[in-house]
Design a protein around this ligand. Structure first.
Ligand code: SAH
Ligand code: SF4
Length: 415
């Protein structure tokens, strides 16, 4: 069932971006979509079904980008595919490595749009933070991406392409028996294959917390996540994917129905006045409505709690009273919640300061004392401007006055 949601003000680009050489880039497409393209190109339906399954596996399970390497595809079919299709990747414009191991990539689409992706390694997991849009239509005051105008939504290929590129760069495609002949380090074939078991992965989690508001590009985000979750390909569990939203209330139910990944809500304030100021979308969808949508989110149980993100802004939203009000609100909506306190990450020209470490600790303790988990997120990759809210591609720079004017225009358009 499709639940009617917000009419996205941003035009959706075609799912497959046309290329100058006339070939179709099939990255990001599902197996039935690849099958349909094969049929359109003249393959009979039965062949297309079988072959698209093989191609899907090569692309998303093995990370192969060259049809010639798809050994079970048949000698004639391989060049036939290569004449019509490509398996693309976003172009890497810049790659940065932080002193804490965080990596940031500046990527470019075929039509020259820049967007960013960040990989955050931890002891027990590796999290890839991906973008859903180039820029953002919303204007949260504390967010660097919010100072960019929205350029466009990313396609499923550009969203899945980020995951593919990260795995390329981390060198973690399973090579399995195919390359065993090359192994010269004394491992048996079994040991070799075990190294590539999914539990040995570096990239274990995905968060939609890069540039953009994923619920304003929901159709493409959904299609991309379905490909990422497909058991015949990347096979990442929906429990390892978290979608962060600034609170596009009507789309939350659809996200629950159609992908049911973990949800994170950028709450950041507990009263209308402050939230209106720092997350202007609040003027359209208020706190109470937002919390009700969260309470209705399917599968929100103690085992799978919704995360409430709360950026710590000095003298803005960080008082003891705010902490107590946060607890009251979460209780009122009977939320099985966890709170994630994010120290504000500054960027050039940012209008706020981060709360002091003592203040953050006191805020966290009040919430903990009420039995709600409220860890403080350690900022990662600040030295390379990769931390939360610091992403912004250099494609557009505007004065603050111009930005405020644009914000007003956007606000008027939101109604
Ligand atoms: N648009 C989505 C997802 C991207 S932002 C959203 O707003 O939820 C990911 C997270 O970083 C959000 O919680 C966002 O509020 C937070 N954030 C933005 N700017 C920040 C900054 N300067 N410091 C710390 N966190 C920030
Ligand atoms: Fe957009 Fe999220 Fe930044 Fe707000 S915090 S401007 S919704 S990316």
């Amino acid at each position: 069932m499709q639940i009617p949601g917000h009419i996205d003000p941003v035009p959706l680009p075609a799912k497959v971006t046309p290329r100058e050489d006339g070939k179709a880039d099939i990255i990001g497409l599902s197996q039935p979509e690849i099958r349909d393209l094969m049929i359109e190109a003249g393959l009979d339906a039965k062949q297309a079904k079988l072959r698209s399954k093989q191609v899907f596996h090569w692309i998303y399970h093995r990370g192969i980008t060259d049809f010639e390497a798809m050994t079970d595809l048949g000698k004639q079919l391989r060049p036939w595919m290569a004449e019509r299709f490509v398996i693309g990747r976003p172009e890497i414009v810049e790659a940065h490595l932080s002193e804490d191991g965080t990596r940031k990539w500046l990527l470019r689409s075929a039509d020259g749009q820049d967007y960013e992706m960040v990989f955050i390694p931890d002891d027990d997991r590796g999290t890839l933070c991906i973008s859903s849009q180039v820029g953002c239509t919303l204007n949260c005051r504390f967010c660097h991406t919010g100072t960019m105008r929205l350029v466009r939504n990313l396609t499923p290929g550009e969203i899945v392409g980020q995951v593919m590129l990260a795995r390329d760069d981390l060198g973690e495609w399973p090579r399995g028996v195919m390359d065993f002949a090359d192994v010269e380090d004394g491992r048996t074939q079994k040991e070799y294959n075990q190294d590539y078991k999914s539990d040995g992965r570096m990239l274990t989690n995905i968060v939609l917390m890069g540039m953009g508001e994923p619920l304003y590009n929901f159709d493409h985000v959904r299609d991309a996540m379905k490909v990422v979750m497909d058991g015949a390909g990347l096979a990442l569990s929906r429990r390892r994917i978290t979608l962060s939203t600034s609170g596009v209330v009507p789309m939350i139910a659809r996200a629950g129905e159609e992908i049911n990944v973990n949800l994170a809500i950028s709450l950041h304030a507990v009263n209308k006045e402050i939230r209106d100021e720092i997350v202007p979308l609040n003027k359209k969808y208020g706190i109470e409505e937002l919390l009700q949508a969260c309470a209705d989110y399917p599968g929100a149980s103690n085992a799978r709690r919704i995360t409430f993100e709360y950026v710590m802004l000095k003298d803005k939203n960080d008082s003891d009273e705010d902490a107590r009000e946060l607890v009251r609100l979460l209780r009122k909506y009977d939320q099985p919640a966890k709170v994630n306190l994010i120290p504000f990450n500054p960027w050039p020209g940012s209008p706020y300061e981060c709360s002091t470490p003592e203040r953050i600790k006191a805020f966290s303790s009040i919430i903990f004392a009420e039995g709600i988990s409220a860890p403080v997120r350690t900022p990662r990759g600040r030295d390379i401007m990769a931390a939360c809210g610091q992403l912004k591609s250099a494609s557009e720079k505007k004065s603050r006055a111009e930005l405020d004017r644009l914000a007003e225009e956007k606000q008027a358009a939101l109604g």
